[in-house]
Design a protein around this ligand. Structure first.
Ligand SMILES: N[C@@H](CCC(=O)N[C@@H](CS)C(=O)NCC(=O)O)C(=O)O
Length: 209
């Protein structure tokens, strides 16, 4: 059994979708980061950084935070959605790290400046709008002629997809990135993705461009 601490945000959705894809036994615990639940003593004992997501896997005794590390752990534990060796493994890790280090932080800042606080920091709005577009260009180029980021569907796709699902908040028109759009729609059809999108609770159906 895995205890899974999460909220209705892309970093949480990555793990919800992965747990559903791996068909692992888990209990989801909603940590409402809008009311400060991430700073409770109980939660800080699980993740001293006070961020979701985190897991406790009682089968192995491990407690983990950082969505990228959790995805790698779950893939290795199940032997699925990450090649065991070879170039494809390194490329899946490469794109997972691209997502964690570049895509997610930039889009998160874009949400803050472009959607939640528009007009407050024009310079930051400009930087994050342009950087977001550059990252979409990178993603679109990678997906040219490919169904998934690396050969077969993998944790790299699971890591990236929930952030793309917030395209409206970072002011991206998916029709401007046709390869991203078809990849996004392909993954949106997966039953496990639909189930994961409703964890820890239903917030609406998957947005369609
Ligand atoms: N690099 C971390 C980022 C985690 C993160 O930023 N989580 C956000 C929600 S998406 C959070 O918990 N925010 C609450 C806070 O910062 O107080 C990961 O990938 O897990």
């Amino acid at each position: 059994m895995i205890d899974f601490y999460t909220w209705i945000t892309p970093n949480g959705l990555k793990i919800a979708i992965a747990l559903e894809e791996f068909d692992l036994d888990y209990r989801a615990h909603a940590i409402d980061i809008t009311s400060g639940a991430q700073f409770s003593d109980d939660y800080l004992a699980i993740n001293p950084g006070g961020k979701i997501p985190a897991i406790i896997d009682h089968a192995t005794g491990i407690t983990l935070s950082e969505s990228g590390a959790i995805l790698l752990y779950l893939a290795d534990r199940t032997g699925r959605l990450l090649p065991a060796s070879g170039i494809a493994r390194h490329q899946a890790i490469e794109w997972s790290i691209w997502q964690a280090a570049s895509f997610a932080p930039t889009l998160g800042h874009a949400h803050n400046f472009l959607t939640y606080n528009p007009g407050m920091a024009p310079f930051a709005e400009d930087i994050f709008r342009r950087d977001t577009q550059r990252l979409y260009e990178t993603l679109d180029a990678r997906l040219e002629g490919r169904a998934y980021l690396v050969d077969d569907y993998s944790i790299a796709d699971i890591a990236t997809w929930p952030w793309v699902s917030r395209f409206a908040r970072h002011k991206i028109n998916l029709s401007d990135y046709p390869n991203v759009k078809s990849w996004y729609l392909r993954i949106a059809l997966r039953a496990a993705v639909k189930r994961g999108y409703e964890v820890p609770h239903f917030t609406g159906t998957i947005p369609l461009p």
